[in-house]
Design a protein around this ligand. Sequence first.
Ligand code: HSE
Length: 320
Amino acid sequence: MTALNSPFRGLGGIKVFAPATVANVVCGFDVLGFAVNAPGDEVVMRLVGKPGVAITKIEGDNGKLPKAAEKNTVSASVQHYLKYVDRTDVGVEIELYKKMPIGSGLGSSSASTVAGLYAINKLMGDLLTPMEMVPFAMKGEELACGYGHADNVAPAMLGGFVLIRSYEPLDIIKLPVPQGLYCAIVFPDVDVPTRDARQMIRKSVQLKDAVVQWGNVAGLVSGLFMNDLDLIGRSMHDVLVEPTRSILIPDFYKMREMAMEGGAISFGISGSGPSVFAFTRDEQTANVITQKIQQHLKTLNINSYTYVSAVNEQGPQILG
Ligand code: HSE
């Protein structure tokens, strides 16, 4: 269905998809992320006569998300947007369709927030660029987990691989996407709230560990520019965050072993977990790895969900 003949548009509304994201990309805590084609969330948004922002429906959240406008990340970020563009006279109704798990480490809140911001910006006639909307999406992250990190919202909004070179001032750089790269994701259905997973990390680091880490971040970014999957793979090691967070993830090191033996070029935690991901050179290898890990988790009585995707270069998409 094209945007023009959409039933949503006919009613002064729009339907937008925004993608899940893998933040950190192992070595780049809070500064690197990329988007995937699936899963993702959908938002339907309509302009109404009465000023104000309201969530009228949420589906797929098992009742977990707040509907109050100032507490929900979608409506709250739309409120920030409307204030910034000086259009608090506008009335908006929002329906949120959660099509991905909450608390998975796949940027669930960010996918919803970005879909909402993309939708309102389209309805308002593209007043801002996607890059200019990232700070409003960061407000949503602040609400969701206590800190406005950009490594989920920026790739969800811009697509592809993204580097947050600096937070103050905000300086976001789009990076190249290597050809043939596939991502295998497994979400073990255990609870790891981002807020808690952030609090458990050490607040200071040793210089020798920092040297390892920034060497790896530079190596990964170089690998993306050089289209060098070997360099990308050997750079994806994290000595700062993973040793602590992996404790929360069932059989993390066994899953890594299985992925690497199955032909992955790298393996690590997606965002704050519990999802894990591997990069592979092709789709088939990614499929086999996700199936093997899923079977292994089953033997531990842990339910899991798997996703295989190329890197999503488009970002949000108008569905109708
Ligand atoms: N960089 C964030 C973290 C991503 O690791 O806490 C959360 O998805």
